[in-house]
Design a protein around this ligand. Structure first.
Ligand code: HEM
Length: 499
């Protein structure tokens, strides 16, 4: 008798073998990474579930940064190299299309409803301009929330000076609370039950979107519904956030918005304002984009700070304290703008730890020719590989070394265009953590401020160290194309006197 694992493996191999057979007809003529032949293809697909990073590294080394195919459970990716990035950056969605690809990869229509993608006003109007303009007023609020939330998340027992906590989950929850101070305001941002579900949404939706991709399109809504009624957090999060969103509608302070939902209400169509679950689903979806990515950065940053020589940590801390003092003791947006060392450290986190095996994915709507002359048929999926691009010795000296101040060293200090180029949130063809071109992450300014506010508050109040026996963070965990910090790893927070 075969056990469940064997049956599952056989099914996956059959599925992948079928994929290989059908893809033979549609595929562009490009080399493929992994083992040869149909069984090798199936094996490579299986490997991609937990080791896409390794496969990308292998393909990059073997084909010298030229395009190659990466098979995966959710279809084939054509991994493009540095020679194609400019073409992708300039693309206006007519040939290399981002929204269609995002729909196919993350299945927002199946999971959240068609209204998100049919009318993406949250993207066009809110994040791209209004939110960025509102950041001045949101920073002090987020700082206040961080001050209130940190002692809840790092509970130090009376009589003791330190606490050892699981870092990744704690940082994701802390970021969710601080983020929601900006998104829905207080008291909603302190509703622990809602925050728990909100955090779980991303933890379910991202892997589930990859798993749903394994099913035929017609079956996906059924499988998703079944999941939602049994385990899913999404419907619960939508229900729990509803009253807070409703409160913002009732408040209707649209001339003087104080939360991101207030900004959304300026553009929401009447039918969505009248349909609370629809509006609430949009907020939960936006929250999802705003939480885990920032939590990942904060976690990596703290692990790296725990490894740095104390004098380097002290340099970061001193600069933060001086910037706040220069603003009369207030942690506002101008003060955060002077955290150059922290900015460099975060940019180096993005370079060194790259969050995904492949990113900035696009689907071709028409035939397209790439740098090596290969013709891609419509429907081809292309993507960039952050890790090898960020490890390119032609772009970054000594790329294997984590150098927290790599980017401050490249600044002249005169605030020139070349200086701005070094900042964490500047998009460039050499630094693709926030993507490229017109679809480069529109939430990155908000994300960077939020992460810096949280890290500044932690740096000023705690010292960080590894639990006994550990000297660095354990290997991150990968699933499909995503990599997150190891969820079991802990960090020791020791209370320090503020100077
Ligand atoms: C450190 C945190 C973050 C990282 C690393 C990150 C990364 C990314 C990346 C790589 C993309 C795809 C870019 C491309 O296709 O070229 C993206 C898109 C996007 N991000 Fe972020 N993101 C972060 C935070 C946020 C936040 C806080 C928000 C919302 C407030 C947000 C909202 C979005 C949206 C709406 C898109 C889709 C843009 C479009 O398709 O035009 N992100 N992000």
């Amino acid at each position: 008798m075969m056990n469940n694992a064997t049956v599952a493996t056989v099914l996956v191999l059959l599925y992948a073998g079928l994929g290989f057979a059908t893809n033979q007809r549609k595929r562009a003529k490009l080399p493929r990474v992994g083992r040869a032949g149909p069984f090798g293809y199936a094996w490579t697909v299986l490997r991609s579930v937990l080791d896409s990073d390794g496969l990308v590294e292998e393909g990059w080394a073997k084909y010298g940064g030229k395009p190659f195919v990466l098979p995966s459970m959710s279809g084939e990716w054509i991994v493009l190299g540095p020679d194609d990035i400019e073409q992708l950056r300039r693309s206006d969605d007519t040939v290399f299309n981002a929204p269609e690809r995002a729909k196919a990869l993350f299945l927002p229509n199946t999971m959240f409803g068609n209204h998100l993608t049919d009318h993406p006003y949250h993207l066009e109007t809110i994040i791209r301009s209004d939110l960025t303009k509102s950041l001045h007023s949101l920073v002090p609020e987020m700082h206040e929330e961080a001050q209130l939330a940190i002692p809840d998340h790092i509970p130090i027992i009376s009589g003791q000076t330190s606490a050892t906590i699981p870092l990744f989950s704690t940082m994701v929850h802390l970021i969710a609370r601080v983020s929601n101070r900006a998104m829905i305001g207080a008291p909603g941002c302190r509703d622990e039950k809602f925050l728990q579900y909100q955090v779980s949404v991303a933890e379910e939706v991202i892997p589930m979107s990859q798993i749903l991709n394994w099913f035929p399109a017609a079956l996906r809504p059924v499988v998703w519904k079944l999941f939602c009624v049994t385990l899913g957090a999404k419907d619960r999060a939508v229900k729990l956030i509803g009253p807070y969103v409703k409160a913002r509608i009732d408040y209707a302070q649209q001339d003087n918005p104080s939360t991101i939902v207030d900004l959304l209400l300026r553009y929401a169509p009447e039918e969505e304002i009248k349909n609370l679950p629809m509006l609430a689903a949009r907020v939960v979806h936006l929250n999802m984009a705003a939480t885990h990515t920032s939590g990942i950065f904060t976690t990596h940053a703290l692990f790296e700070l725990a490894r740095l020589p104390p004098e380097q940590v002290e340099m970061v801390r001193t600069e933060i304290a001086a910037a706040i003092a220069s603003e009369g003791g207030v942690l506002n947006k101008t003060a955060v703008g002077k955290f150059y060392l922290l900015d460099s450290l975060l940019k180096e986190i993005g370079r060194f730890h790259s969050l995904f095996a492949v990113g900035s994915s696009r689907v071709t709507l028409k035939e397209a020719v790439i740098s090596d002359g290969t013709v891609l048929p419509p429907g081809s999926v292309v993507a960039l590989a952050p890790k090898p691009m960020h490890n390119n010795p032609k772009t970054y000296s000594d790329p294997e070394t984590f150098d927290p101040f790599r980017f401050t060293k490249l600044r002249t200090g005169a605030g020139t265009a070349a200086d701005i180029q070094q900042s964490f949130t500047t998009l460039s063809n050499d630094y693709i953590v926030f993507g490229i071109g017109k679809h480069g992450c529109p939430g990155r300014f908000f994300a960077a401020l939020k992460i810096k506010v949280v890290l500044a508050e932690l740096l000023l109040n705690y010292d960080f160290s590894f639990p006994e026996g550990a000297s660095h963070a354990p290997k991150p965990f990968s699933f499909n194309i995503f990599t997150v910090p190891n969820p079991t790893a802990k960090l020791v927070f020791t209370k320090r006197q503020r100077f």
